[in-house]
Design a protein around this ligand. Structure first.
Ligand SMILES: [Fe+2]
Length: 265
């Protein structure tokens, strides 16, 4: 029987409710999915905006190997030393311009394989940072000697940009998952070159919410067009993500299955 690496990827952890659900539920989820590698996007874990060293430490202690992020990672400045430290597996999108603090990828060894985790961010409807396509191209060349497989978290708004990057990297990476919109898409598939793909894996955060935030405030923002402060919805969470089986010998994805599981907290 061919040996596979089971990669569990969880979507954006949103606020205290999302963090609670991940902290309490991750160990069981790892057991249930027989996960070897766990990647969690933590960019909204601190009250919806950014990530603190304490929260990062707790997500890692709950079983995550790597924490990825995105555009909100800059909200909590205390995380910067961790982003800068090559020994701490907390990363930010690699295509921020040169001089931006932090690292855009990390490598972890799982089942004897060196797995590179690369974080990129889209530009459609987001900040005009460096090109994610060209950054991926040059970093993948660099990562060739450092990693046996590469898994990409593409934090982006536009499904068009996400599909384009997925197909651009098909056959060059084991897997590309989209994050950021907090809404899980039903288009998970294996691309012709063996790259697992999904436009968005969804969030780990309060189910009764507007992409994680308090619905009453969100609705008032739409009705009045006032810039009201967003607050995290205090409701039980869902844990959303994918379980991906990657063939150890080839690094190709052999199955990708999405899940959206209600948490009791
Ligand atoms: Fe985001």
């Amino acid at each position: 029987m061919l040996d596979n690496l089971h990669a569990l990827i969880l979507g954006d952890v949103y606020g205290q409710p999302g963090f609670r659900a991940v902290f309490i539920g991750l160990k069981n989820l790892i057991k249930e999915k027989k996960a070897d590698l766990v990647i969690v996007n933590g960019e909204n874990a601190a009250d919806g905006f950014g990530l603190t060293p304490e929260i990062a430490g707790q997500i890692l202690s709950a079983g995550a190997h790597v924490i990825t992020s995105g555009n909100h990672i800059w909200h909590q400045r205390e995380i910067l030393p961790q982003l800068e430290d090559s020994r701490v597996p907390v990363i930010r999108p690699a295509n921020y311009p040169p001089g931006t603090p932090g690292k855009g990828y990390t490598v972890v060894t799982v089942k004897g394989k060196r797995v590179g985790v690369l974080n990129l961010q889209g530009r459609s409807g987001m900040s005009s940072i460096d090109c994610p396509f060209r950054t991926a191209g040059s970093l993948l060349k660099k990562m060739k000697s450092e990693a046996d497989f590469v898994v990409v978290d593409f934090h982006a708004e536009s499904p068009e940009e996400k599909e384009a990057l997925g197909i651009y990297l098909d056959g060059k990476v084991s897997l590309l998952v989209g994050t950021h919109t907090h809404i899980q898409t039903a288009d998970e598939r294996i691309l012709p070159g063996g790259t697992g793909y999904i436009t968005d894996i969804g969030m780990c955060g309060p189910e009764l919410s507007v992409i994680g935030s308090d619905p009453a405030i969100s609705i008032r923002r739409f009705l009045t067009q006032m810039p009201l402060k967003i607050e995290v919805s205090d409701n039980p969470s869902v844990l959303s993500g994918v379980l991906v089986k990657i063939e150890m010998s080839s690094g190709k994805t052999v199955s990708i299955e999405r899940f959206r599981k209600k948490s009791l907290v």
